[in-house]
Design a protein around this ligand. Structure first.
Ligand code: IPD
Length: 264
């Protein structure tokens, strides 16, 4: 399969998985368990959607590896791995807000975000009716429109960010936001990092930063941003909560300077 074929497969499965997530949402959401903290919830739908994605990939790409938020990692023999968040923005999903997404990326090399090279990705936001796709060296797209990050921010940068679910990290994250606000026009906290990155690729945000994201939260979104002409850096990757910074070249550079100071 070419990179473009893999992108088509990622998009098809993301769309199908998104439809399932939306259907399950309309039927009501069951909280299946809590994860790192009581507010870090996982729904039955997260599990069912990941299962669907896993089965589809197993049928189409039996030799590839898999790294999913809910069911973990399985190494393949092809050197490629599918990195999957079945529902990014689970809290939005549970509360009935439309800002949730299915994020699917295929990467090659070690299944480690600091070493892999992403090949293709898709972010489907079913309740928003949008499917963002990217293929390495072939661009990022939203329904036939090629995406490009913003390069000028004369009124200041519209920034996106997020906070982890652990309240003990909130003070440090808020201190980072305070510093980033010096270049901001305003800030958005929308609740799905995959959508934040897709919006950045689409020029709907000028910059994004967040500590502690997991590989499945950003694998597809990072490729979207890069293929839309943006720059993404994972600062202090060995830290407990590495900082992901993304933006057009200028906003990215200025954010990198502003976010590093607290070390938290
Ligand atoms: C979360 C979302 C959220 C971000 C959190 C993530 P999940 O992913 O991406 O925007 O702020 O840090 O954990 O748990 O909904 O898949």
């Amino acid at each position: 399969m070419t990179a473009a074929d893999l992108g088509t497969l990622a998009a098809e499965i993301a769309r199908e998985a998104g439809d399932l997530a939306r259907r399950r949402r309309s039927e009501g959401v069951a909280l299946a368990a809590t994860k790192s903290t009581i507010s870090d919830i996982v729904t039955e739908a997260d599990r069912e959607v990941e299962q669907l994605i896993r089965e589809r990939l197993k049928a189409e790409r039996p030799e590839d590896g898999f790294l999913g938020e809910e069911t973990g990692a399985e190494r393949g023999s092809s050197g490629r791995t599918w990195v999957v968040d079945p529902i990014d923005g689970t809290v939005n999903y549970a509360y009935g807000m439309p800002g949730y997404s299915v994020s699917i990326a295929v990467v090659e090399g070690e299944p480690d975000p600091d070493r892999w090279r992403s090949i293709a990705g898709a972010v489907c936001a079913p309740a928003l009716g949008e499917l963002f796709t990217a293929v390495r060296d072939e661009g990022a797209w939203l329904d036939g429109t090629r995406l490009a990050v913003t390069t000028e921010t004369p009124a200041g940068a519209l920034l996106g960010t997020g906070f982890g679910y652990d309240p003990s990290t909130h003070d440090g994250d808020l201190a980072t936001v305070r510093r980033a606000m010096t270049i901001a026009r305003d800030v958005r906290r929308m609740g799905s990092a995959a959508i934040d990155l897709a919006y950045l690729a689409a020029g709907r945000l000028d910059g994004f930063f967040e500590r502690g994201l997991k590989p499945w939260d950003f694998a597809a979104g990072v490729l979207l941003v890069e293929e839309a002409g943006g720059v993404v850096t994972r600062l202090d990757p060995a830290a407990a909560r590495p900082m992901l910074v993304a933006g057009g070249p200028d906003v990215h550079r200025r954010l990198c300077e502003l976010v590093v100071e607290d070390g938290g």
